[in-house]
Design a protein around this ligand. Structure first.
Ligand SMILES: NC(=O)C1=CN([C@@H]2O[C@H](COP(=O)(O)OP(=O)(O)OC[C@H]3O[C@@H](n4cnc5c(N)ncnc54)[C@H](O)[C@@H]3O)[C@@H](O)[C@H]2O)C=CC1
Ligand SMILES: O=C(O)[C@@H]1CCC=N1
Length: 265
């Protein structure tokens, strides 16, 4: 390990930890991964991502610069209590829905620098849309570390604590909504007699192209209008979506995510 690398400990080795580990620049960060005792999972991660693992993470805290909590929200209480016994100024980051800097600061020693980073699973391809916000004790240098960490996994925006509470559903949960849409379209595509591979290519590239169009900053309604030739076929499909209030369905789905995240603290 080069001494110039920042030493990062992941506590939690599930899907989000793995997405982040895959996306992070190993030239910048020396990664150590621990969990709550699933040693096979740790061995798999070591083999897959070529990182270090530990079965006793609490003994490694003093060597770390950054600690990333990639745990279920409800596991934080216990882990933060354990962490408090050994921590001495390291930066603590959580990626958990509903666990904000105020929560972290109230359970860690006074003055501990903390941050809330909200990525999505596209981190594993360096394509996450990540939100972040800082606690009260994060220096300019530590903020730069955080941005170095998250720029490796995609795009990011600094927002307020309240905004992460509200927008986790959009940037981190809603990818699952898009995958549901993709699943339905793939099924329909396969019914036309193309192979699964062809169906994936058609649907994935259609969604990727649409995302690129959105990035041009033209309004979604205008983009939809441009697809819907007057008197043409697309308008008939849009009418079905509008009559069935796709927008209301989306609001309800986002609200359900928000309510659940609030209950998890
Ligand atoms: N999956 C996603 O797309 C996103 C997840 N998140 C957040 O990431 C966190 C983890 O979610 P996933 O990776 O999806 O869940 P997961 O169930 O795949 O992984 C959770 C990991 O935490 C470990 N763990 C649980 N309790 C522990 C404890 N007491 N000590 C040490 N390790 C413990 C488990 O062994 C497992 O490795 C959650 O807080 C979630 O809100 C945030 C953004 C997106
Ligand atoms: O489903 C969850 O609870 C996590 C948080 C946002 C995305 N996945």
């Amino acid at each position: 390990m080069s001494n110039n690398k920042k030493h990062v400990l992941f506590i939690g080795a599930g899907r989000m930890a793995q997405a982040l580990i895959k996306g992070l620049d190993k030239n910048e960060f020396a990664i150590l991964v621990g969990n709550n005792g699933n040693e096979q999972r740790l061995r798999d991660i070591k083999e897959t991502f070529d990182v270090e693992i530990t079965t006793h993470w609490s003994q490694e805290i003093h060597k770390m610069d950054i600690i990333i909590l990639a745990l279920p929200p409800e596991s934080h209480e216990v882990i933060l209590a354990k962490l408090s016994e050994t921590i001495s100024g390291q930066l603590v980051i959580t990626v958990a829905a509903g666990i904000d800097p105020t929560y972290l600061e109230s359970r860690l020693p006074k003055g501990t620098p903390v941050a809330w980073v909200m990525p999505n699973t596209a981190a594993m391809l360096g394509k996450s849309m990540t939100l972040y916000t800082l606690g009260q004790h994060v220096s300019q240098e530590l903020q730069e570390w955080i941005e170095e960490l998250i720029c490796g996994i995609g795009e990011f925006e600094k927002v307020t604590e309240q905004q992460i509470h509200e927008l986790t559903a959009v940037t981190s949960s809603a990818p699952a909504f898009i995958y549901r849409v993709a699943e339905a379209l793939e099924k329909i595509t396969i019914e036309s007699g193309v192979s699964k591979v062809q169906a994936r290519k058609l649907v994935a590239n259609m969604i990727a192209g649409s995302a690129e169009m959105l990035k041009t900053n033209v309004a979604p309604a205008e983009l939809a209008d441009a697809v819907a030739t007057p008197g043409g076929s697309t308008a008939a499909g849009l009418e079905v979506l509008d009559t069935n209030h796709l927008d209301h369905l989306m609001i309800d789905a986002i609200e359900a995510c928000r309510q659940k995240a609030m209950l998890q603290e």
